[in-house]
Ligand binder design. Structure first.
Ligand code: COA
Length: 184
């Protein structure tokens, strides 16, 4: 009997060197302790928002631990022209069955300029081509129009209505096989 051997080996975090992804306008890089003061208001863990630098540091420690345990990868998004952090994005809560859950947040002053569409495109490309994900999804609330527009733009479709007015979106399968960067 003829058979085709399909390799589905995943390359999960952590990596020997934390992956930095550089594009023309933005870069995704590891968060440093010197970044914390800039990202307090966009530091979240388990949907709880930090209100002090100390809380943001504690959240970052947990995120780093999750990365070392192979359950997440969290990038700071840097605008190349200014070297300022504009937001964060990454994969969170594990990679069960080859699926990655994307999350993202921008500082308010950097919203409405296209930063997250670019960042998520890079993170999706990394998820497909480096981690080896076979499914990429995101969860947002029904009334989060900005997040829903972002996910539409990135070729996600709504796949489930969850509890508490939350929605699940999934990257379309044709995007999983092609390069999403070409569509961004
Ligand atoms: C979700 C979130 C990241 C979306 O931010 P955003 O600024 O709308 O997304 P982008 O950075 O991709 O910018 C796209 C917007 O900038 C506009 N824009 C302006 N200049 C642009 C440019 N040069 N290139 C691309 N887009 C540009 C686009 O038209 C678009 O606006 P629109 O949605 O009104 O059509 C932001 O609302 C946020 O941080 N929310 C809180 C956290 C959250 O909800 N996370 C989602 C979890 S799934």
């Amino acid at each position: 009997m003829n058979g085709i051997l399909v390799s589905c080996k995943m390359k999960l975090p952590p990596y020997n060197i934390f992956p930095t992804i550089i594009s023309e306008k933005i870069s995704l890089r590891q968060i440093q302790s010197s970044d914390i003061n800039d990202i307090i208001e966009i530091s979240f863990y388990d949907a709880v928002q930090a209100t002090t630098a100390q809380e943001a540091i504690e959240m970052q420690d947990k995120i780093n631990k999750n990365y070392l345990e192979g359950d997440s990868i969290h990038w700071g998004i840097v605008e190349n022209a200014t070297n300022k952090i504009v937001g964060t994005c990454g994969y969170y809560r594990g990679f069960d069955k080859g699926a990655g859950e994307l999350g993202c947040v921008l500082l308010p002053q950097y919203q409405g300029q296209g930063f997250m569409t670019l960042s998520m495109s890079l993170a999706i490309d990394f998820g497909i081509n480096n981690i080896g994900l076979n499914r990429i999804y995101a969860i947002t609330s029904e009334n989060n129009d900005k997040a829903r527009k972002l996910l539409d733009r990135l070729n996600f479709i709504k796949t489930a209505d969850l509890e508490d007015q939350e929605l699940e979106y999934e990257l379309k399968h044709d995007s999983l096989t092609g390069s999403v960067l070409e569509q961004a």
